[in-house]
Design a protein. Sequence first.
Lengths: 608, 116
Amino acid sequence: MNYHPFIIPFSAGAIFLFAVVIYKFVKWFRNLDRKQMYFVNKNIFSFKTIEAIGETFREALIHRNIYKKNPLLGYMHMSLAFGWFLLIAVGKTESSFYAGTFFEEPWLAIFFKYFAKEQHSYFMAAEFSFIMDLLLLIVLSGVALALFKRVRSNFLGMKKATKHSKFDRIALASLWWIFPLRLLAESTTAAVAGNGNFLTGTVGNWLSGLPVEAIELPMWWAYSFSLCAFFVSLPFSRYMHIPTEVALIFLRKWGATAGEQYSGMTDLQLNSCSRCGICIDSCQLNFAADINHVQSVYFIRDTRYKKLTDEVANNCLMCGRCVEACPVGLELTVIRQQLRNKAEIPGKHYFEYNKAEESKNKTDVIYFAGCMTHLTPSIIISMKKIFNEAGERFWFMDEDKGLCCGRPMRQQGFVQQSKDLISKNMRLIASSGAKMMVTSCPICYKSFTEEYVLDIPVMHHTEYIKMLMDKKRINVKKSDLNMVYHDPCELGRGSGIFEQPRDVLRQTGNLRVSEFEKENALCCGGSLSNTVIELDTQIKIRNHALEVLTESKPDVLATACPLCKKSFVHGNKAKVMDIAEIVADCLNLQSEKNEKKSVNKKESIEFI
Amino acid sequence: MKNWGFKISRPRAIDFDTADLAEYSKLVEKVPSAKRCLMCGACTATCSAGNHTDFNFRHSHLMYRRGQFEGLAEELDKCMLCGKCKMVCPRGVNTRAIIYNMRIFLNDMNYKNIES
């Protein structure tokens, strides 16, 4: 039997690791809620499982998403993950060939070079030896890059790297030690036996001046201990993402998502965060306002270790830029929302909003301006003009005594009260018997589409105007204004409406491109989600965004959100207009046309 | 009692020996801009909830500042947190954060009272 006491630390560490990981997985899977379990049961034996295997290969081993961010950073992650995976897989194959059976001692593959010292004659021995050296070299290059990244993260495309806790640093150090120690151990053995391939053989040659027989065993012991240290620290450090991310990919493919409440899926996502820190660079609080302790990576870490403070949970614009950037694809804003929910504060209903008036006439369209739009009355005036031009019978639902849509309340965690508002609004909507609802506020739009159960379609006014233009119910003339469009967070990233507003703008003026667009758009800083930052910080964020957006010196900064408009107007950089205003200005009014026609007729008559 | 069409308000003198002013400094720590408030009432004028109820942010804020918490939790629950008041504030006070934090603090206080 191939046995030496130095395998004991490795084996003990591995057994501990498997026990803890299995315990945690069982706990999380039992905490999945009913909806998530339904999806798991529905899709577990479907084609989706095969897709998930493919995605595991792409994301957990090759790290395609990180390659997109920066090729060198991607290579670093791939060399460590895929390289180590191959080192294990090829090593296992090699040791099976050597032993002549698939069921050799489990540790034989790990310490293969020590137990199989002499010249070998098993199948493809020389090729295996070369491949194993090559793989080790690839992994070592990844470790070298990781070390270099600690000093100069900029070189690998990261402006700011994560500040790790002490425990994470221990785990990190033990991971980094594994591969140099493996190289040293294999090289000394190669020096003793007088063999080894291009890497271990060369290093063995260098070492041959030393008393290699005396340092051979200590090296193998050190290698085993470094493996043990890594295995023991893995389940409690950021490296828990290695097993968890795989499980998350499968669950996500099956259709499970984090819901309103904290569940097993939340736990899985918290543990799937590798704390790579890519979200830090995408966060505006970081690069525009210099707030460096609230980013998603720290939020997820604090939540996982149950150290979350109110400040970290609430200090977020919920703009969703980190969600777009996250290479693991975590639902970061949903999780933050879960943690904000205040179930312990009972839903009190002291308010009675009975003054909201139901519709008196049956109409076709409901117009819901939203609270914020009432502070930018020009949008309301423009929308009325557009409705009249299109000949739409509409009911202005919150003209005088409207209610809030409930989303601001929800974002602060008062879910019960938000539901109360929702049910009140639903009653009002039902009273009109309309076939469609149009809203001017992206916050309301997201609320109506996601949290309300409505049997009529809801449109943001940009979609609605686009529809009217497509159906030729309104005609616009193209102006010669140069415009840049700012994507509101809730409309763009939040609801995926990128093209409709741009189409409208292309028909009313010259649309220019800005640096931060679509999924990468900036937040105006006026977000309601953040109750921690004050006006001065908001102004910093707004000024930075304004600077980027007005780089090409456009005549008009177009947006589709009253809150964004209100924020940008105070920046005094460019004329800020809502899309509704732009369209209303460019309308080819039917009445004017008729007048002109009649004037022309008169003229022609006189001419005759 | 006979309804005369008017009533005499309770005396509103604040006894600063018994008033709990510490709570307000806790609030100011969370929302420093609260100190900037000059009680102009623009927030109350624009309030969406004010259309439906007698909710008055300026008044609630003043009560909290003076340590008079009686009935304040119920009063604050009338707010829909829509944030209009924050947008109109001429002094840049984060009124929405003030309401949010007052709610949390008052809730904590209620729990303490129940326990004691």
